[in-house]
Design a protein around this ligand. Structure first.
Ligand SMILES: Cc1cc2nc3c(=O)[nH]c(=O)nc-3n(C[C@H](O)[C@H](O)[C@H](O)COP(=O)(O)OP(=O)(O)OC[C@H]3O[C@@H](n4cnc5c(N)ncnc54)[C@H](O)[C@@H]3O)c2cc1C
Length: 304
């Protein structure tokens, strides 16, 4: 039986593993896809302290290497559920089951995709989901922001400070973001809006060229040539498998604060990173959570 089973090997899960191993706990880290998590999709990370610039996959490799060095065990599998009781928790995967005294859920969240042809091909090379992360790469260039809610308008405000032009493309005939954000954007000469319009396809063979837009009322299609596109149509956490164990809040995020303690049916379950309710989803906040959750789990184990 492991002291701590960590579900998800993004920055939060990897940092939790690092702290847990340094506290001499036995650790199993289960990842379904990519050791390093979603940051591995980023071509350049320039806001992780200590590194002027490095690729997301480099950062992921460094975090992962450090965890291996510390002796955490790893498993490539998808966790499908958690059950059990205090001191004896069963983590069920597609392939097998594992037993642990405590569990840290660090399954992250992912952006909602446009789900149109061409999108996947240009992720990180024309298509981005995070202006805080990638906006600087489009300084002096033209971009589109897809979405009209708060996060899309915040992205548009940020991008309009460095880009020559920002086109906000909204599927509804009106914006749904806060009026204060709408007012800021309305005063900016380099921002325009296209309403009742969705993205029908992402254009380009080898390099990103722009978007094919479709008007939802008339069906008319037009081409929008831009250098980059920021998709801000919401995030999707994948916490449903844990809904019987931890309380999920709005939009399916695990309801927990800075202490990484969710309301849970099984004592010894903790949560870290983008998968919990929080205001800022970044590598720095995920790694901070990883440390907090691991130390909380260690304290819990020591009290058993
Ligand atoms: C393109 C892009 C660029 C970005 N750029 C930056 C940047 O420059 N700076 C910055 O600070 N942030 C950036 N971010 C955001 C940053 O990547 C996230 O905030 C951070 O990765 C969150 O870490 P996490 O560990 O909480 O979650 P994640 O990184 O999402 O990791 C969660 C892991 O859990 C795994 N998982 C999920 N469900 C299961 C399951 N059931 N079983 C097993 N494993 C599971 C997933 O496969 C994933 O690897 C960027 C994000 C993207 C997509």
């Amino acid at each position: 039986m492991y002291d701590i089973i960590i579900i998800g090997a993004g920055p939060a899960g990897l940092t939790a593993a690092l702290y847990a191993r340094r506290a001499e706990k036995s650790v199993l880290l289960i990842e379904k896809e990519t050791f390093g998590g979603q940051i591995t999709h980023s071509p350049r990370v320039e806001n992780y302290p200590g590194f002027l610039s490095l690729s997301g996959s480099e950062l992921g490799e460094k975090l992962f290497g450090q965890v291996l060095e510390q002796g955490a065990e790893i498993e490539l599998d998808t966790v499908t559920g958690i059950s059990g009781e205090a001191g004896h928790i069963t983590v069920t995967c597609e392939g097998c089951t594992h037993e642990g005294r405590s569990v840290i859920i660090a399954t992250g969240s992912r952006h909602r995709d446009l789900g149109v042809e061409g999108e996947e091909k240009f992720v990180g090379e024309g298509i981005s989901y995070c202006a805080v992360c990638d906006g600087a790469f489009y300084k002096g260039r033209t971009v589109a922001v897809i979405g009209g809610g708060n996060s899309a308008l915040q992205e548009a405000v940020l991008l309009s400070e460095g880009c020559t032009h920002v086109t906000v493309v909204q599927n509804l005939p009106f914006l749904t973001g806060e009026p204060s954000l709408q007012n800021i954007l309305a005063k900016r000469d380099n921002v325009s809006f296209i309403y009742s319009t969705v993205v029908a396809a992402v254009l380009g063979d080898d390099t990103f060229e722009g978007l094919l837009l479709r008007n939802t009322d008339t069906g008319e299609e037009t081409v929008l040539n831009v250098d980059g596109t920021f998709v801000c149509i919401g995030q999707v956490p994948a916490n449903q498998a844990f809904a019987n164990v931890v309380k999920l809040g709005d939009y399916g995020y695990v309801d927990a604060g800075e202490n990484c303690l969710p309301e849970t049916a099984i004592p010894g379950v903790f949560v870290a990173g983008d998968c919990r309710t929080k205001a800022i989803r970044q590598v720095t906040t995920a790694t901070a959570d990883g440390a907090v959750a691991a130390l909380a789990a260690c304290r819990y184990l020591d009290s058993l």
